[in-house]
Design a protein around this ligand. Structure first.
Ligand SMILES: Nc1ncnc2c1ncn2[C@@H]1O[C@H](COP(=O)(O)OP(=O)(O)OP(=O)(O)O)[C@@H](O)[C@H]1O
Ligand SMILES: [Mg+2]
Length: 316
């Protein structure tokens, strides 16, 4: 039986060349993308996918060219939310074209390929050992997706990240310093604690952390046109708030996370319904949640633009 020391060099696999080729395909594929933005949290179920899609929608309405890469391969939500569950990937001469939402956002999601009744499986020869290399396989798949799809000329490519503070850092490491991060939290101490860990972990790396968005910041009641508290919090007294509170509170610096707050978004059952149905929020500007998303979208854009111009300034 051959042992490791019998293998000469890379054993003929050309593994280093293969990695270099893939890296250059990714760089070339993303060359036309102006901004890369990862939407993470660490905490699950706080609205990363919802905000990714609807912030993309708000920016699309301003005329920006947007793509979304649903990096949550095991629990992809974008296919359903964006209405591209039946979307087909059309092979072009060199790369594969992406399905688009009705408002023109290009979306890659595993949910377009794998039905919700099935789980993503990576073949494993070693029974009981798949945990040791699953992340490696996932990032290999992400490389393949980045290198094989036609991203084209985009103003913004958004990565909808999976939950898990450690995963957030893995993605930061993989995507490299060109990718900025925005984190999503909700007004509960449990969520804030997890997101604080992501902030701490990301702060050690090289990626720009633009700030965070507080989602589910109150419950918007369409019947009485008021925002009611959803989570008890010492910072938000239990009282009814008018929709104008949303914009006003976006300017405040909520406690604990130590990074800029890009805005707050209330919970609106109508938004959840649109997510389930996969339809864009058409009446965005006319609702409290729409105004909140629009405000956050503008803040995001401003931070991305100022991060880019800071990069161009000569360093002292
Ligand atoms: N502001 C909101 N108003 C109404 N519904 C919302 C809002 N934010 C999120 N939701 C709903 O909450 C649920 C969870 O949201 P979502 O899937 O976006 O969270 P997530 O952080 O991406 O979850 P995961 O960690 O599993 O990826 C979804 O059903 C979504 O429609
Ligand atoms: Mg999600």
């Amino acid at each position: 039986m051959k042992q490791y020391h019998d293998i000469v060099g890379d054993g003929g696999s050309r593994v280093l060349e293969q990695v270099a080729e893939q890296r250059s395909r990714i760089t070339e594929g993303l060359a036309g993308v102006r901004h890369l933005l990862a939407v993470g949290s660490g905490k699950g179920g706080v609205g990363k996918s919802t905000l990714t899609l609807h912030l993309a929608g708000a920016l699309r309405a301003r005329g920006l060219r947007i793509g979304i890469l649903d990096a949550d391969f095991n629990g992809p939500s974008q296919a359903r939310m964006a209405g591209v569950q039946g979307g087909v990937f059309v092979p072009g001469s060199r790369k594969v074209a992406l399905p688009r939402t009705s408002n023109g956002i290009a979306v890659f999601s595993m949910g377009s390929v794998i039905p919700e009744s099935e789980a993503l499986e990576f073949d494993s020869a070693a029974q009981g050992e798949s945990h040791t290399w699953r992340a490696t396989r996932e990032f290999a798949l992400l490389s393949e997706i980045l290198g094989s799809f036609e991203w084209g000329a985009l103003d913004l490519l958004m990565f909808d990240l999976p939950p898990g503070a450690e995963r957030t850092v893995q993605y930061a490491d993989f995507l490299g310093p060109r990718t900025s991060f925005v984190l999503v939290t909700i007004p509960s101490e449990v969520a804030r604690g997890v997101v604080a860990r992501s902030v701490a972990a990301l702060s050690k790396g090289r990626n720009r952390l633009l700030g965070y968005v507080e989602n589910m910041s109150g419950y918007y009641c369409r019947d009485c046109n008021t925002i009611k508290p959803l989570f008890a919090s010492p910072d938000q007294p239990s009282r009814l708030r008018s929709p104008s509170f949303v914009a006003a509170s976006a300017k405040a610096e909520p406690p604990g996370l130590g990074i800029p707050c890009l805005g707050t978004v209330p919970f609106d059952p109508e938004l959840a319904r649109h997510c389930d149905r996969g339809t864009p929020l058409a009446d965005l500007p006319g609702t409290a949640v729409g105004r909140a998303l629009d405000h956050v979208a503008q803040q995001l854009l401003d931070s991305l633009e100022s991060a880019t111009s800071a990069d161009k300034e000569p360093r002292r």
